[in-house]
Design a protein around this ligand. Sequence first.
Ligand code: HEM
Length: 513
Amino acid sequence: MDVLKFASAVFVVSSLSVSIWLLNKLWLTPIRKQRFLRQQGIKGNSYKFLHGNTKDILSMRRQSMAIPMDCLSHNLFPKLQPHFYSWLKIYGKNFLTWYGPRPELFVTEVEYIKEIMNKVQDYPKIEMSTGFVKVLLGDGLVTAKGKKWAKQRKLANQVFHADSLKRMIPDMIASVEMMLDRWRQHEGREIEVFEEFKFLSSEIISRTAFGSSFVEGRDIFDMLSEMAIIITRNSYRVRLPGLSWFSKSKDDIRSEKLEQDIYDSIVRIMDKRKKECGMHGEVGSFGTDLLGSLMKAMIDSDQDKRITIQDVVDECKTFYVAGQETTSTLLSWAVFLLGSHTDWQEKARQEVFNLFGKEHPHSDGIARLKIVNMVINETLRLYPPVIEFTRQVKEGTKLGNYILPANIHVVLSTLALHHDTNIWGEDAHQFKPDRFSQGVANATKNNPAVYIPFGLGPRSCVGLNFATNETKIALVMILQRYTFTLSPTYIHSPVQILTTRPQHGVQVMLRPL
Ligand code: HEM
């Protein structure tokens, strides 16, 4: 009897403690933070229990996606981020929104953006230690913080150094050649290029970073793509804290399986490299590409530089994703824009023939491409692959005149900046590569924070030159062989699945020159 009484007392006390903890986390703390931010004149949405604004966001996005887009419209901000677009108009440049019980400060003030992106100590990347994004990227370079990030960044900087990039050009050319061989069957007909560019960028990152072909890494790409879809499906879905300990969703179960399978596949590629190097190379040398450098770091005699097998797996996942997703969408949108603005296609082709004739592109010529570069910059302005950045405020900090409390997120939108008519003029939504004719600094009036396709500050893209080389080589070789126009079957529907993708692909009519 006494045992029963004791058990009931424990049950009542534990239930009470959990209820108080939940009340504090889900109601009292958000309301306290809301009051604190409002007192400083920050306008925005009021907190709604548990879900915050996530339900509003999902419903606004559903509505905007249901409305077809005019084929010639590049006005992506209201389409992909209708919530930010509407609230920006109501509340002004910086405002408060809620991701569940967590406050998010949406910032478009350019001076603040500079501060947030440059002060990585005050505004670190958000926690990814659990959840679906962790399965996709692990604790690799995109998500790592502090000392771990510094160590990984140093290693990646060496692998993607200018000299190494030069050495990667023949592999990039060979991969584009393979793609163009396939295109022969489509001559005089329609071709869908988004899938083609996904293949191409997978092949290029596989060859240059992992010394293997796309076919060998194919299962990894497929599994990572499936994870990207799971992440998109679950973004803006709020669950009660701790619920996943008791009940797992279908996506939880699937992502656990994918995590293990991706791990096993990468370890198999590492084992293969070990065997190859054991046969041909000296002990401890695994090659100079990304995989080789990572494997070498695993056995570094300096403990501070040494990394674990899990670190290698995480870094490989990161580069498979970052190297493939972004460049394939950039190439697809560039071909879409050149296919619908054939005057610019002709100008770019003229430049390509002046520099290379019918020969393969070489590094000197690639550096001198001006028109192609302007087209790429304008494509990245209108269709940036990465449309949102989120950072956390770990400890209270000052942003301009605001005092930000700990544990809030700050959110920046690339689209809000790249499509702002106050920055780019009334023609901000039009394709006008001319605005970059005197370079990016001139187009942005020396304000780098208004044009951030590759991010800004210490965490900006480590693959920038790799990606631009790949894009230029692919465009040069396509322009040397084909003219193309947008096909009448093309449906203009940009969507965000990690990156800004063409929902139904990009169909163009391909004519050999
Ligand atoms: C058009 C192509 C690309 C675009 C638009 C792009 C965009 C970006 C952006 C915006 C960031 C910053 C993210 C943030 O601050 O939260 C970033 C970081 C990163 N990118 Fe890219 N990227 C591209 C291609 C690539 C490629 C080809 C690679 C690898 C070969 C790559 C690897 C990375 C890595 C590892 C980071 C994290 C860097 C760090 O935090 O130190 N990216 N990228």
